[in-house]
Design a protein around this ligand. Structure first.
Ligand code: SF4
Length: 312
C-alpha cells in the first residue's frame, strides 16, 4: 500500500515520522502522495494550540477523502496519547491511534485496518521499542537527527510532555554511537541529538553520562558539527559546560529555556532552579566559550504573575 505521513510539531515528531516511514517500508509499503495514498497517518502535537487546531481541520478534510476513496486513516503522537480511546469518539472514522511510545506498531495497525480491525495503543510499553527504531536514510544532505532519550521527569506545572511522552528513558550509548558511525559513513557531518530533556541523558543509569557521550561522538571521524536540543538548566553540569571549551565539533550554541526571571514564578512553575542559578550557568558557559549563542524560551503572563515578577 502507498502511505503518507502528515506531521505537526517538534523535531522529535519529525524524527518519529521518519521512524514510522521506515517501519512501513520494511513491511513492504511505499511512500506516496496525498493524491495516490491508501494510508494517511497524521502525527500530532498537543503542545501548540495552532498545531492542534490545524490537526482537527485536516482530519475534517481527510474524512471526506476517506468517504470518497476508502482510505485507511491513523492518528499518532501526542494528541493520540492525550485523548487515548476518547479520540475515537471525537474522530469515529479513524482506523487506529498510537501514542508516541507505540509508533513501532504502525505496520501492525495498518494491517489490522486493512482487515477492518481497529488498533489503539497508549502509555509506556517499557521496552523502549519506539526509541530503538533507526529511521532509514530517506533524506539527502549532510545533516542528521537522532533521538537519544525520550520523556521527562520534571513535571513543570504548565507542561503536558511528561503525561504524553512518559518518563525519561535513554538509549544505550553503544547503540547511539553505532548509529552516529553509520550516519558518518553515509556522509552526514552535522548531527543533532534529540531528547525532551536531552542533557539528563542516562541520569542514574550505569552507562555513559551526557558529557561522556558528547566526547565519544566528537571523536568519530567524519562528524564535524554536533548539537543537541532541548536542555534543562538544572541539568547543565560543569562537566557539560567544559565540553563547549574542549570539543572541536560541539557548536557554539545552546537553547536553554529560562521561562521566568522571578523566583516566585519559577517555583510555581516547578522549574527546579532560581534566576540566580540560571544566570550563574549562563556566566559559566560564556566564560568557557565566549562566542556561545544562547537562545531561550520565556513564558509571559503565567497565572499569578504580577508586574514585579514580569520586571524581575
Ligand atoms: S522540563 Fe520541559 S518537557 Fe519536561 S515538564 Fe518541563 S517544560 Fe515540559
Amino acid at each position: 500500500m502507498k502511505f503518507v505521513i502528515e506531521n505537526f510539531g517538534c523535531q522529535m515528531n519529525d524524527h518519529d515520522m521518519g521512524k514510522m516511514g521506515s517501519v512501513l517500508i520494511d513491511h513492504g509499503h511505499l511512500p506516496g502522495s496525498i493524491e495516490d495514498a491508501d494510508v494517511v497517518i497524521v502525527n500530532t502535537c498537543c503542545i501548540r494550540e495552532k498545531a492542534e487546531q490545524k490537526f482537527y481541520s485536516l482530519m475534517g478534510r481527510l474524512q471526506l477523502l476517506r468517504r470518497k476513496k476508502g482510505l485507511i486513516l491513523g492518528v499518532t503522537g501526542c494528541i493520540a496519547e492525550q485523548e487515548k480511546e476518547g479520540i475515537f469518539e471525537r474522530l469515529p472514522f479513524i482506523d487506529f491511534s498510537l501514542g508516541p511510545s507505540n509508533i513501532h506498531r504502525v505496520a501492525e495497525a495498518v494491517e489490522n485496518a486493512a482487515a477492518r480491525t481497529r488498533t489503539s495503543a497508549f502509555g509506556d510499553n517499557g521496552l523502549s521499542l519506539s526509541l530503538m527504531i533507526r529511521p532509514h536514510n530517506t533524506r539527502r544532505g549532510i545533516k542528521g537527527y537522532l533521538t537519544i532519550m525520550k520523556g521527562c521527569n520534571n513535571f513543570c506545572s504548565y507542561c503536558v510532555v511528561p503525561y504524553v511522552r512518559g518518563r525519561e528513558e535513554s538509549r544505550r550509548s553503544d547503540d547511539v554511537l553505532a548509529e552516529v558511525r553509520e550516519m558518518a559513513a553515509r556522509g552526514i557531518v552535522d548531527v543533532t541529538l534529540l531528547g525532551q530533556n536531552v542533557n539528563s541523558y542516562n541520569n542514574g543509569n550505569d552507562d555513559l553520562s551526557f558529557p561522556e557521550l558528547l566526547r565519544e561522538i566528537d571523536a568519530i571521524p567524519g562528524i564535524s558539527r554536533l548539537r543537541f536540543v532541548t536542555s534543562h538548566p538544572k541539568d547543565i553540569s560543569q562537566e557539560l559546560i567544559e565540553c563547549f571549551g574542549t570539543l572541536n565539533t560541539l557548536c557554539e550554541s545552546i537553547h536553554l529555556p529560562f521561562q521566568s526571571g522571578s523566583d516566585r514564578i519559577l517555583a510555581l512553575m516547578n522549574r527546579g532552579y532560581t534566576a540566580a542559578e540560571y544566570l550563574g550557568k549562563v556566566e559559566a558557559l560564556k566564560k568557557q566559550c565566549p562566542a556561545i549563542a544562547i537562545t531561550a524560551d520565556c513564558i509571559v503572563g503565567f497565572p499569578g504573575e504580577e508586574d514585579g515578577d514580569f520586571e524581575a
